[in-house]
Write a protein that binds this ligand. Structure first.
Ligand code: 5GP
Ligand code: ZN
Length: 115
């Protein structure tokens, strides 16, 4: 675990958070500053700072699990099964929390290309 990681604190129970989904590898919880009517974060229990790191260390099974859970949550929560899945990787892409997470957002129109 990295030092002073807010998502490790959430996963470890130091910061009380309701999990919308959890299993041995992954948890999901509502984003504290939602950018859409529904905004869920899917987060591996293991600390990987970025997608790039996880692709090397976590391997395809973990990444597959994250997308599987993101897809199930999006399909269940998004109106008419519509949702967007986003991973911000690195500062240049807008990543602010350096513990890999998948955003699952739904409930409004999303422009393409994204801003
Ligand atoms: P990023 O910008 O790294 O892709 O996304 C980080 C996300 O984590 C942001 O959408 C932000 O609102 C969310 N976030 C930051 N701190 C907390 C927290 O303590 N609890 C929850 N539930 N979400 C958080
Ligand atoms: Zn962490």
């Amino acid at each position: 675990m990295a030092q002073a990681c807010i998502f490790c604190d959430i996963i470890g129970g130091k910061i009380k958070t309701d999990f919308l989904y959890e299993d041995g590898d992954v948890v999901a919880f509502a984003d504290i500053r939602p950018i859409a009517p529904d905004h869920v974060l899917v987060v591996p229990r293991a600390h990987h700072a970025t997608l790039t790191d996880a692709a090397g260390d976590g391997g395809p099974a973990l990444l597959g699990k994250l997308l599987k859970v993101a897809g199930d949550l999006g399909a269940a929560r998004g109106p008419e099964g519509g949702y967007r899945v986003v991973i911000n990787n690195g500062a240049a892409a807008g990543q602010t929390v350096y513990h890999l997470h998948v955003h699952v957002i739904s409930g409004r129109h999303f422009a393409w290309p994204p801003g």
